[in-house]
Design a protein around this ligand. Structure first.
Ligand SMILES: [Zn+2]
Length: 134
């Protein structure tokens, strides 16, 4: 049992994720607009990530609240988007980690991430060329 637990702890998906181009050869670019909203007095912060085919297929972003144990895991929705060759996705995720001041109570962190993903694909070989005939 102990060995199995060790094995799982070492299987860190962040470092094992293959490159995007390995999984999705037709993907040219993936743009992610991330807006972190916390209930702090701080304003929300937004970031734009442009991921190229060589980037690894891992979509986890740590909660911006200092000391919070949580992160936003977008792997599942973004993989689903790319697997379906879809171009756009807008959704939001909740942190669910624990902030330092809430360690005794275990109250989950209410920070949210509003995200927008936009995928651009290259021309696929098996797309019929009829569209160019006008
Ligand atoms: Zn958090």
């Amino acid at each position: 049992m102990a060995n199995r637990n060790n094995y799982l702890a070492k299987a860190d998906p962040v470092h094992k994720a293959p490159a995007l181009r390995t999984l999705f050869p037709s993907l040219k670019e993936l743009r992610l607009d991330l807006e972190f909203v916390s209930d702090d007095t701080r304003p929300s912060s937004s970031h734009v990530h442009i991921l190229h085919p060589a980037a690894s297929a891992s979509f986890r972003y740590p909660c911006p609240v200092g000391g919070c144990t949580g992160s936003f895991k977008l792997d599942v929705p973004i993989m689903r988007l790319l697997q379906g060759s879809q171009s756009r996705l807008t959704d939001e995720a909740t942190c669910g980690g624990v902030r330092p001041q809430d360690r005794n109570t275990g109250k989950p962190c209410p920070s949210r991430l509003i995200y927008k993903a936009e995928a651009t694909y290259g021309v696929e070989r098996n797309v019929p060329a009829r569209l160019s005939r006008v």
